[in-house]
Design a protein around this ligand. Structure first.
Ligand SMILES: [Zn+2]
Length: 363
């Protein structure tokens, strides 16, 4: 397969220069030749600056690890990555293997706007491999036209910027994060904070309250809720608001039995949202069965449906599918969840939701 990141050579050269001319990188085709599948999906996205619609596109919906074996099915095999577009904003949640095809698509979109600076924002829920494994192959990082802003939680005793930068360095990867051609900035987000992304200008972080009303017209707002219901260091859940539309992204969270504090807290966070994207990795049978998955940090369709009902959301999207589950098994989760909540869909690769806060429809 042809090498897909033409800027890799420049990044490598910069790295070699830093290291005094000693060649330390392998041939690109060797360790990195897993770039994008020839049939990788593309979107019809344009930089629509007039619409007040929030568009969410799923580029990866699996949990734990990519599953090429099932990748040709309707559900897809890539791990977690969601793109949210709103006006000129392009927001990405998580850098699982799904972000690789998205990166190629962003590069394609950039080519249709020559000379224009490209701004991309990446939110990370946490640092487990299935949420980061696509980052080293994210094309905008190798393109000097891009500015990629990262936001996410500090975890354990590590600062967010060290978590991300540490993922791309020797001996794990031949290109160092600090030598990439794209402009990069990294900032920590904490529980209860709000990230404001204006259509023009710099993003800001604050705590919602009296000043929340001062959010600039057309801004995309991101509220952060940290959960300890994912081993061992927790994960960040996000609420994305654009105009009247509101989407809550709650993956890698184990709700557990009814009435727990975490359930009430998440239901409050998601109250009245158009769409709740919720972890539902395990069927009830697998969660409670002979080889129980209790304590693994993931929920069931029953738990997700309970949160959706308590929160009064418009639609529930089941997410973070187990890599062993076939299309039929994932559809069975959807049927199961509908016993507890009527509006349920299982996420699948390439699925696009359009949210306007009033009329909800699946495209
Ligand atoms: Zn995960």
């Amino acid at each position: 397969m042809a090498w897909r990141f033409p800027s890799f050579a420049r990044a490598s050269a910069a790295l070699i220069e830093i290291l005094g001319g000693t060649k330390v990188v392998s041939a690109p085709s060797a360790p990195l030749g897993v770039a994008v599948a020839a049939n990788a999906p593309t979107s019809d996205a344009t930089n629509d600056t007039t619409s007040d619609t929030l568009v969410a596109r799923f580029w990866g919906v699996r949990g734990s690890y990519p599953t090429p074996r099932l990748g040709a099915g309707a559900v897809g095999g890539e791990t977690t990555c969601l793109e949210v577009r709103y006006g000129r904003q392009s927001l990405i949640i998580d850098a699982g293997s799904g972000i690789i095809a998205l990166g190629e698509d962003l590069a394609r979109r950039a080519r249709s706007a020559p000379g224009q600076r490209q701004e991309v924002t990446v939110l990370l829920t946490h640092a487990h491999h299935d949420h980061l494994c696509g980052l080293p192959f994210f094309a905008p990082l190798y393109d000097a036209r891009f500015h990629v802003r990262f936001f996410g939680p500090d975890l354990g005793n590590m600062r967010f910027e060290d978590i991300i930068a540490g993922y791309m360095r020797a001996p794990y990867f031949p290109v160092d994060f600090r030598s990439l051609p794209a402009q990069r900035s990294l900032r920590s987000l904490r529980d209860g904070e709000r990230l404001t992304l204006p259509q023009e200008g710099e993003p800001s972080i604050g705590v919602p309250g009296a000043r929340a009303a001062e959010a600039p017209q057309g801004a995309l707002l991101v509220d952060a809720l940290f959960t300890q219901q994912h081993p061992a260091d927790g994960a960040m859940l996000y609420r994305i608001s654009g105009g009247a539309a509101r989407l809550v992204f709650a993956t890698d969270v184990e709700i557990g039995p009814p009435g727990a504090r975490g359930e009430r807290r998440l239901a409050e966070f998601a109250r009245g949202a158009d769409t709740l994207v919720h972890d539902a990795q395990y069927s009830d049978d697998d969660y409670h069965g002979a080889n129980p998955k209790h304590g693994f940090g993931h929920s069931t369709p029953t738990m997700a449906a309970r949160v959706a009902r308590e929160a009064g959301v418009g639609r529930l999207v089941l997410f973070h599918h187990d890599p062993h589950y076939s299309d039929a098994a994932v559809m069975e989760l959807q049927r199961h969840a509908r016993r507890g909540f009527p509006e349920v869909v299982s996420a699948r690769e390439g699925m696009e939701l359009r949210l306007d806060g009033a009329r909800r429809r699946l495209v």
